[in-house]
Design a binder for this molecule. Structure first.
Ligand SMILES: *[C@@H]1O[C@H](CO)[C@@H](O)[C@H](O)[C@H]1NC(C)=O
Ligand SMILES: *[C@@H]1O[C@H](CO)[C@@H](O)[C@H](O)[C@H]1NC(C)=O
Ligand SMILES: *[C@@H]1O[C@H](CO)[C@@H](O)[C@H](O)[C@H]1NC(C)=O
Ligand SMILES: *[C@@H]1O[C@H](CO)[C@@H](O)[C@H](O)[C@H]1NC(C)=O
Ligand SMILES: *[C@@H]1O[C@H](CO)[C@@H](O)[C@H](O)[C@H]1NC(C)=O
Length: 414
């Protein structure tokens, strides 16, 4: 008998090929991965704007946001909108003509992130669209939400026992595998028809070269409050730049297998991050990254974990996403034909936990000492900014500030 499988297999191959050849748009394969100095990925402008907007008041401390996850979930929800509502989603994501180009950029980055999970870092994340007492949402939309964007849909119905916020907080905590989550500053109440975009993310980088496990001396961390924290140490050659004019050190730390890197921005002296926050423009970062240079370094970082919870409604509205929040003007008619005058965006919430620990990605984690002469000192015992960047796509995975650590407070010093 003829083997029967080659026919469908061939068919499949042909079908696949026609899909590929019908979308010849952007050249996908580049000769080399993008340099860290080219911050063209749409996650950078979005992330920087939101970060600065969150920080302008000085009321937010230990603020962390994941721009890639956020961009993806906004793109997903924008797919259910029409009219000026969808235009505002597009403007926010810098989608001009071709939605697919930006969409593909984000999808590719999201894929890369999942592939690096377990190698360059350990990531636990969940994304969901909650809807409160809303009309039934289109099946095809919900399917795409799940299969293409990896987002769940959760209906919030009336319940006496748990408030909406308790449910959301519980969801975030389980999305991060039981990690402690920060609480939002203000409790939120949702009207019927509200939709809530929620992301929860726990990130722990695995260094390409681990820090010493022993000799973690306990020092004072001189942040917005003074706390005790164990400091971990390592010497070696790292890409580094010292901006004398702006009095800030820029340091790039590669993660295991080079699939991502963490960049730290540390002011020369103890100070609040307000000054540095204002310096964070795309141009300046690009300049700094372009000047990174292999340098002998002696590094000391706090071993710590910080948690952040933010609602981005005000910030997104200030950036032009206006109609989506307003029951009257929001148009989510692709999502539901019965939603007019009811369906609206109620909140965009992010829970983030970031861990700084000594481990590298190597199973053996043998610390090889590098012989460095006259190292430059990078002693991070005061507030600094952290950026996490995917190496293959250039996407900004996370941006945040470590204003203080959560160790025991120091009352009697300084
Ligand atoms: C900053 O704080 C003021 C008052 O505390 C508040 O009215 C304003 O909305 C805040 N701005 C942002 C962007 O959060
Ligand atoms: C990352 O990998 C861990 C196991 O190593 C897994 O539990 C987790 O779900 C993965 N995270 C994502 C976002 O896929
Ligand atoms: C990024 O990836 C390229 C190629 O895989 C590699 O040569 C480079 O060292 C990586 N960058 C970092 C910071 O690890
Ligand atoms: C890196 O340092 C070397 C030697 O100190 C110098 O010659 C070179 O110009 C520097 N490169 C950059 C990009 O600053
Ligand atoms: C909502 O939109 C309607 C119609 O455009 C407008 O009249 C109303 O003032 C808006 N409400 C708020 C709170 O902005």
């Amino acid at each position: 008998m003829q083997p029967i499988f080659p026919v469908p297999l061939l068919f499949l191959l042909l079908a696949q090929q026609s899909v590929w050849s019908s979308t010849p748009q952007e050249p996908k394969v580049q000769g080399s991965p993008p340099e860290i100095s080219s911050l063209h990925h749409p996650t950078w402008s979005l992330g920087l704007q939101l970060y600065r907007s969150l920080r302008t008041n000085g009321s937010q401390t230990n603020t962390f946001i994941p721009p890639l996850l956020l961009a993806n979930s906004l793109l997903a929800l924008g797919g259910g909108a029409k009219g000026s509502t969808v235009s505002q989603f597009h403007d926010l994501l810098r989608i001009t003509k071709n939605e697919n180009v930006v969409g593909e950029t984000l999808t590719t980055a999201q894929k890369a992130v999942h592939e690096s999970n377990g190698t360059s870092y350990i990531l636990r994340s969940s994304s969901a669209l909650f809807s409160k007492q809303a009309p039934e949402l289109e099946k095809s939309f919900l399917e795409k939400l799940q299969t293409h964007f990896g987002m769940q849909h959760v209906a919030l119905e009336d319940a006496q026992k748990q408030s909406d916020m308790e449910k959301l907080q519980y969801w975030a905590k389980s999305g991060m595998d039981g990690e402690e989550t920060a609480a939002l500053k203000t409790a939120l109440e949702f009207k019927a028809g509200a939709m809530i975009l929620a992301n929860a993310l726990h990130f722990k980088g695995l260094w390409d070269r681990g820090f010493y496990h022993e000799n973690q001396d306990v020092r004072s961390f001189l942040g917005t409050k003074y706390t005790k924290v164990p400091m971990m140490h390592r010497s070696g050659v790292y890409r580094h730049y010292e901006d004398m004019e702006n009095m800030v050190q820029v340091l790039e730390l590669g993660l295991w297998e080079g699939k991502a890197s963490i960049v730290l921005l540390l002011p020369f002296h103890v100070e609040s991050l307000a000054r540095l926050d204002r310096l964070l423009t795309l141009d300046r970062l690009e300049k700094w990254f372009g000047k990174l240079n292999s340098t002998s370094m002696a590094l000391s970082l706090p071993r710590t974990k910080m948690s952040s919870a933010v609602n981005l409604q005000k910030q997104l509205a200030a950036m032009g996403l206006v109609d989506a929040w307003n029951e009257t003007s929001a148009d989510f008619s692709t999502l539901s034909s019965l939603g007019q005058g009811k369906l609206h965006l109620g909140a965009v919430l992010h829970w983030t936990t970031l861990e700084l620990a000594p481990e590298s990605g190597s199973k053996d984690d043998v610390l090889e000492d590098e012989d460095v002469k006259k190292p430059k000192i990078f002693y991070a015992d005061h507030s600094f900014i952290i950026l996490v960047r995917d190496n293959s796509t250039g996407a900004l995975l996370m941006i945040g500030a470590l204003d203080h650590t959560d160790g025991p407070a120091i009352h009697d010093e300084l």
